[in-house]
Design a protein around this ligand. Sequence first.
Ligand SMILES: C[S@@+](CC[C@H](N)C(=O)[O-])C[C@H]1O[C@@H](n2cnc3c(N)ncnc32)[C@H](O)[C@@H]1O
Length: 318
Amino acid sequence: MKFHPSTPIQNSFSDKHAIVTHHGNCLDLLKQVPDEAFQLVVTSPPYNIGKAYERRLKLDDYVEQQAAVIKECVRALSPHGSICWQVGNYVDNGAIIPLDTVLYPIFSSLGLKMRNRIIWHFEHGLHCKNRFSGRYETVCWFTKGDEYTFNLDSVRVPQKYPGKKHFKGPKAGQYSSNPLGKNPGDIWVIPNVKSNHVEKTVHPCQFPVELVERLVLSLTDENDWVFDPFMGVGSSLVAAIRHGRRGAGCDIMSEYLTIARKRIEMQLSGKLKTRPMDRPVYDPKAAGNALTVSPWAKPAATAHQLKLLETRRRYSVK
Ligand SMILES: C[S@@+](CC[C@H](N)C(=O)[O-])C[C@H]1O[C@@H](n2cnc3c(N)ncnc32)[C@H](O)[C@@H]1O
């Protein structure tokens, strides 16, 4: 699907629309959606950890609320479709409860099958004092049926050893790796959206557009509907529109909705900057960043000094 800068952003759902952002509870928008309309539901729900946009609930009440949304999403999901629920931990008095373990039974009781539990690893976050700092969250990918869209070739990544050849058998001497690249696997190293990330807005927990792009490309085809019930500042819709998919989402906070619409408009006019999917993770040491030298450590000996020391040692010069 080709989008134009003037493609309208609608408030209500209709299959005739292409972009829908709804201000309000996702269950209200879901009521307007016919059965099996969405190819992909991708979201990062509230984690019930007391962010500005959520009221901290008892875990059982939180799970009940999530179950109501998940049930509706499953109803609105195509038989060939996928649901990707991206979650971290609920923290209770210093004890962590991984939300994927708590929510998994809801998906399985609705007949969904888990295809991957993707570990999303990132480098930045809170520094813990009484446990190791959390540096991953998960994306739980479920399908409604056994026949589902999975376009692996569209998300392959460069091989580690593209020049490797078969060394025996009928293919000896031929290149052994797929020229389109390798399967990205189920551990995704993608920077999270913190301080100086190009996508950072006022939202406290955006997920990066490149994370959703990989899901959109592999789990949907052009023109399909992508839905995010808790869309925040619209990262899922940006990823969908960028790749010619239709996008629908909701948020209860008008502040985030305004930013989501602005970002979608910028995407439509080709002005939205996001971190590209194929950019390697920044390595400050390899980049020679001066801040990687610790001022409190003894300065490292130069090659010349090391040679001098070695000569002295060899000839026992004191
Ligand atoms: C973890 S954030 C999602 C951020 C989003 N992935 C992004 O990149 O901007 C969860 C969002 O859900 C919204 N929210 C909470 N309860 C909601 C509900 N019942 N219906 C719709 N949105 C809700 C919050 O306002 C918050 O922006």
